[in-house]
Design a protein around this ligand. Structure first.
Ligand code: PMP
Ligand code: GLN
Length: 380
């Protein structure tokens, strides 16, 4: 057995959701909305299951979805990509990331990772033979600095795995940080593997800026997105990858033997959804921003120190002012004694973990958030 996987604990999201089910807790741990998602998009999928094509679609994805992806990113992010040569559909962002790492890394290549990091990244990097080099970002602003990048990049850097907006920190990196990172990628001839699954979930008038759009990045960036986040349909696992043809050719080789394809009915529903008008996306953002504000206000009233949240489904609280120094113990107590599941942010670090921050998912109905706040009263 390969020890990289044999020795891994079960992912914190699965553990917390199972514990929430077992204890009847309000589940603000794993990031998923408790809303069923846009009805018209779901209806398209249902129609495609009943009347559409349910056999293998083309390996690179349904042409209609690839065209919709290209048009969507042209409209929202000003990217010009060729749907035939530069777009691939994957089974979620996770497959795209795993495939890209398998395809790009040779044993001993260095991969720059930013902590806090999504928990899937490190095992995938290691299994691909990559050597992780960490840039540690610190609360409350989680900014990139030249000094931190300088100590992580080297002549052996092959890939930079960058998540923006950043889960769990809820950070949207400013242009200045993106420019700094792009300069390092160019200087060290590294490929930027950009996990931008949260690109549509940004608040307060922000617009997502893809690293791919920065000077010199078009040919060296692999951009990963997910319909799971764009439409709050996290279980669908329809992802997409944008990359220039020389990179795409090798990504396709990994994809062909990982999943080969993704359910065609869901693909056609996502193609329909990506063409929705601006009002839909603005409304989705506004709805999440309202939930964020409602939950943040409730938490502050209860005495919690709430960290800024510019994007994603997540709000973080600093538990140090409450006298707690161990986020894992805090979350365990929260779910077992108070009936609210949350995620300890130390789960997103491989070394030098931050242990005083706890993540809540606010992408929930008002009733769910209020029930959680009720249960949290008296904790702080
Ligand atoms: N990357 C990040 C940063 C995520 O937060 C998630 C899940 N929320 C994923 C990847 C996985 O996306 P998917 O479900 O499309 O595989
Ligand atoms: N991305 C989700 C989160 O951060 C979890 C996805 C999963 O459970 N694998 O909560």
């Amino acid at each position: 057995m390969n020890p990289i996987f044999a020795d891994l604990p079960t992912t914190v999201f699965e553990v917390m959701s199972a514990l929430a089910r077992e204890t009847g807790a309000v589940n603000l741990g794993q990031g998923f909305p408790d809303d069923p998602g846009p009805e018209d998009v779901r209806a398209k999928a249902a129609e495609a299951v009943i009347h559409g094509w349910n056999q293998y679609p083309p390996m690179m994805g349904l042409p209609e979805l690839r065209r919709a992806v290209a048009a969507h990113y042209a409209h929202w992010q000003g990217l010009g990509v060729d749907p035939d040569a530069e777009v691939m559909v994957t089974s979620g962002a996770t497959e795209a990331l795993a495939g890209a790492l398998m395809a790009l890394i040779e044993p001993g290549d260095e991969v720059v990772l930013f902590a806090p990091l999504y928990d899937a990244y490190l095992p995938l990097v290691r299994r691909a033979g990559g050597v992780p080099r960490f840039v540690t970002l610190t609360p409350p602003h989680f900014r990139l600095t030249e000094a931190a990048l300088a100590q992580a990049f080297s002549d052996r850097t092959r890939v930079v795995l960058f998540n923006n907006p950043l889960n769990p920190a809820a950070t949207v990196f400013p242009e200045e940080d993106l420019a700094l990172l792009a300069a390092f990628c160019r200087r060290f001839d590294a490929v930027a593997l950009c996990d931008e699954v949260w690109e549509h979930v940004v608040f307060d008038g922000r617009r997502h800026r893809p690293l791919m759009a920065l000077p010199g990045m078009r040919e060296r960036t692999i951009k990963v997105g997910s319909a799971g986040k764009i439409f709050s349909l996290t279980g669908w696992k329809v992802g997409f990858v944008l990359a220039a043809p020389p990179l795409m050719r090798v990504l396709a080789k990994a994809h062909q033997f990982l999943t080969f394809t993704t359910p065609p009915n869901l693909q056609s529903a996502v193609a329909y959804g990506l063409a929705k008008d601006d009002a839909y996306f603005e409304g989705m953002r506004a709805g999440f921003a309202r939930a964020r504000d409602r939950f943040a206000a409730g938490l502050s009233e209860l005495g919690f120190t709430v960290l800024p949240a510019a994007g994603t489904y997540f709000l973080n609280v600093d538990i140090a002012p409450l006298g707690f120094a161990d986020d894992v113990a805090f979350c365990d107590r929260l779910v077992r004694r108070h009936g609210v599941a949350a995620i300890p942010v130390s789960a997103f670090y491989a070394q030098d973990p931050v242990r005083h921050v706890v993540r809540f998912c606010f992408a929930k109905r008002d009733e769910t958030l209020d029930a959680a706040l009720d249960r949290l009263s008296g904790v702080a």
